[in-house]
Ligand binder design. Sequence first.
Ligand code: AMP
Length: 283
Amino acid sequence: MQIFTTIADLRHWRRQQHATLGLVPTMGALHEGHLSLVRAARASSDLVAATIFVNPLQFAPTEDLAKYPRTFAEDCALLEREDVDILFAPSATEMYPTGAETFVDVPNIGSRLDGASRPGHFRGVATVVTKLFNILQPHHAYFGQKDAAQVAVLRTMVRDLNLPVDLRVCPTVRDTDGLALSSRNRYLTPTEREQALAIPRTLHCISQSISRGERSAVNLRDHLHQCLGKAEGLRLDYAELVDAATLLPVETVGPGTLVAIAAYAGTTRLIDNLLLPETEAQP
Ligand code: AMP
């Protein structure tokens, strides 16, 4: 695996490539969720590029930028093992030199769900992903369903700006106990980790209610809030039933409805969701 840290070197490499390129953008501290994206890219692109960049633009001053886990050597070993061709791991000043002032904003969708709780977050995400697309010029780019709101923002951005890249979304990878894998899970104490399991358990309950025929978003939302309200140690940020593309609330659940949860276990913010497939209203 070749490692690039400058845009100039990466561009030089890119100009010599004519095969299809699949891109997996990450912030590092890699786990099986990230690796599932790498494997999806490996399966359908000739060349696979991963990026590791903890993007300061998507963190608010009060958030965990400084303590975000950084495990670069382990990450490189994992990516090597998955046969990744190149890794782009720029510094913050390489990506945002002094004087940089241009942003990509998806103002409506980007201010819903996580965008409401974390103002400016999706502007940071949309800006860095646009820059990575421009620098790497991938044919395909792989993102996780776990970050469903991010997917909605990026799909909108790609559509609105006619970006020549095909977004591919891969299923959420979970631990054996059901907790969605996240780089932030390593912040959790054993007790908090136990308490966090209320999130996938609640999604499972909601999925069963929908399978039994419940379609009223009001009833399901009440159910969501009741389950999460009772969950010891969790502080709810949001729990909503929305349209997966627009992130606007739905009245009746059906194909394309997203059941999305964000909650804090201790000081760690966790997100998870359930997407009702487009073809049938059964998760
Ligand atoms: P991050 O490093 O957290 O920015 O995540 C990089 C990519 O990995 C994003 O597209 C995430 O949605 C995806 N990802 C994170 N966790 C998971 C997971 N448990 N399953 C699948 N994809 C994931």
